[in-house]
Design a protein around this ligand. Structure first.
Ligand code: PEP
Ligand code: MG
Length: 585
């Protein structure tokens, strides 16, 4: 096969060269996980759930095959159902789990392998043929137990580039950080949470490649160009040489950018801008500090709630928030309250499947409907506020009523804490994310009820332009520089400033170097983005005068299309900082 170039959407910057590892291959490696006596019933339940799920899957397949190909073909799956109903196998797993106190997937795989070994030694040909049934059903059960992908991702033994149809935020969260040097997926958009996690993990990534899982084979050599959104499979020597050289150049630029770490984020005419980082997990603080952030502008607290079988209690949340507060103090940390839904799901809260999850029962809507879950989080944040400079921010506010309702619940929690004499900071700022057009257009009203705004452009753009943020087919329409988006941003900033409150931006747009100067000129007070993108934003802010940026923003608003605006901004950036534009899509 010659060299193949695939074009996708850049998700996390950098250039990486390595071997492909196709996730959907079925090579299971599972870690031995010890469980406690108390955890045993949960493990047994998980096993039973996986068996039920597997049974339903097989029944569905049987039905479909019978319809499409005839009943006799469908009957093959009756043999699979028999394996599932084998009480000896099931009993053996449960007994072994009780005895050894080991997680179910490990025990199950052990028992399964024993079965296969026994069957393979049998003289009876019919029974020997059952091995493939057992194997097939076994893998299905394993997949349902944990999600095969997650097992593989956590257990990789060598450095690889992961190739997969999709990776959910929970898949990326368990990724073995040392051994995953890049990833590329068929689906996904620039602001999908998979892309956001890739940046947080500092793993070069390209998403939305449409057919990479069909083109690439295990072990193929790949170049992942996370700057331009390209993947090159089986590159020619010429291409490899070019990318090795570019990788060096890029790493040199990165080193240069890191030297800005301790310099203030201010314009040439001395206007100070707050440069903050977005994080998903407390472990990212090291990276936040290494990249010179002034604070945390968005702590996506919902990552606490995924990848687990129960809800985090107050104590657990308190510890995590207090740790972040202490490590960052006196720098501010904005904790965004639970924002589940959209492409971040959580099975145990039983949020029903919806036709339009991004416009559904999510974020603040969910919290207002489940005040008990919301209050646990608010109490944990308030208690942690005694240990640093915490601020609270509500996601997906659509109008003043929701903001008032959320604040009323917060007041209740404060009174309860006061009554119990539990310490918390009296002046925690409370802000609203502006990420729904209705909130943007009523930001003048809401500015009276909030201490600050943070513009969530990932959602604001998808709602304003009616473009699903994770759908690669319409990614070309997802335009941060669209005049409609810039007008909304301008209105939000002007409304906030009229009321004397500050405005930040925590969507991915805040880390887009092409638009930094325009946002600066529109009057944005704070830029919050993935730690790895901060140095570049700082370099740009330090290269312009605010007065000049204002002129450029004013001019940008006169163009008719997003493309013209982006081109204009890119040209201006190139004039001032030519080295930055290399390798950008
Ligand atoms: C946003 O919508 O811009 C945002 C920052 O929130 P999230 O990406 O978590 O939806
Ligand atoms: Mg959002």
């Amino acid at each position: 096969m010659g060299e193949t170039i695939l074009k996708g959407i850049p998700a996390a910057p950098g250039i990486t060269i390595g071997k492909a590892y196709l996730l959907d291959s079925e090579d299971f490696t599972i870690s031995k996980r010890h469980i406690t006596e108390k955890g045993l019933p949960d493990e047994i339940n998980r096993f039973q759930d996986a068996l039920i799920k597997t049974r339903n899957e097989i029944l569905k397949i049987k039905d479909k095959i019978s319809k499409d190909m005839g009943v006799e073909h469908g009957e093959i799956f009756s043999a699979h159902l028999l394996v599932l109903e084998d009480s000896m196998l099931i009993e053996e797993v449960i007994t072994k789990m009780k005895k050894d106190k080991i997680g179910v997937e490990y025990v199950f795989l052990e028992v399964l392998r024993k079965y296969i070994k026994t069957f393979s030694k049998m003289d009876d040909e019919y029974l020997r043929e059952r091995i493939s049934d057992i194997n097939d059903v076994g893998k299905r059960i394993l997949r349902n137990l944990l999600g095969a992908k997650q097992m593989l991702l956590a257990d990789l033994k060598e450095k690889v580039i992961i190739i997969s149809y999709d990776l959910s935020p929970s898949d990326t969260a368990v990724m073995h950080r040392k051994n995953v040097i890049g990833f590329a997926t068929d689906i996904g958009g620039r602001t999908s949470h998979t892309a956001i996690m890739a940046k947080a993990l500092e793993i070069t990534a390209v998403v939305g490649l449409e057919k990479i899982t069909k083109v690439v084979k295990n072990g193929d050599i790949l170049v992942i160009d996370g700057n331009r959104g390209l993947v090159i499979a089986e590159p020619q020597k010429k291409t490899l040489d070019k990318y090795h050289a570019e990788k060096k150049k890029y790493e040199k630029l990165e080193r240069e950018l890191m030297t800005l770490k301790n310099l203030p984020c201010e314009t040439l005419d001395g206007h100070r801008i707050e440069l903050s980082a977005n994080i998903e997990m407390p472990e990212e603080i090291a990276s936040v500090l290494r990249h010179g952030a002034d604070g945390i502008g968005l702590y996506r607290s919902e990552f606490f709630y995924i990848n687990r079988g129960d809800l985090p209690d107050e104590e657990e949340q308190f510890k995590a928030y207090a740790e972040v507060a202490k490590k960052m103090a006196p720098k501010p940390v904005i904790i965004r309250t639970l924002d589940l839904g959209g492409d971040k799901f959580l099975s145990q809260l039983e949020i029903p499947r919806e036709m339009n999850p991004f416009m559904g029962w999510r974020a603040i809507r969910f919290c207002l409907a489940r005040p008990n879950i919301f209050k646990v989080q608010l109490r944990a944040i308030l208690r942690a506020s005694a240990f640093g400079n915490l601020k609270i921010m509500y996601p997906m506010i659509s109008g003043i009523e929701e903001l008032k309702q959320a604040n009323a619940i917060l007041d209740e929690v404060k009174s309860e804490l006061k009554k119990k004499k539990i310490p918390f900071s009296q002046d925690v700022e409370v802000g609203a994310m502006i990420e729904i057009p209705s909130a943007a257009l009523t930001s003048d009203i809401m500015a009276k009820e909030a201490d600050f705004f943070s513009i969530g452009t990932n959602d604001l753009i998808q709602y304003a332009l009616a473009v699903d943020r994770v759908n690669e087919k319409i990614a070309y329409l997802y335009e941060p520089a669209h005049p409609a988006v810039l007008r909304l941003i301008k209105f939000i900033i002007d409304s906030a400033h009229k009321e004397g409150i500050w405005v930040g931006m925590c969507g991915e747009m805040a880390g887009d170097p092409a638009l930094t100067v325009i946002l600066l000129g529109l009057g944005l007070d704070e830029f919050s983005t993935s730690p790895i993108l901060l140095p570049e934003v700082k370099m740009i802010i330090r290269a312009f005068k605010l007065s000049e940026a204002k002129k450029l923003a004013k001019k940008a608003l006169t163009f008719q299309t997003g493309k013209e605006i982006e081109e204009f901004a890119r040209e201006k950036l190139k004039e001032v900082l030519p080295e930055l534009v290399i390798g950008r899509a």
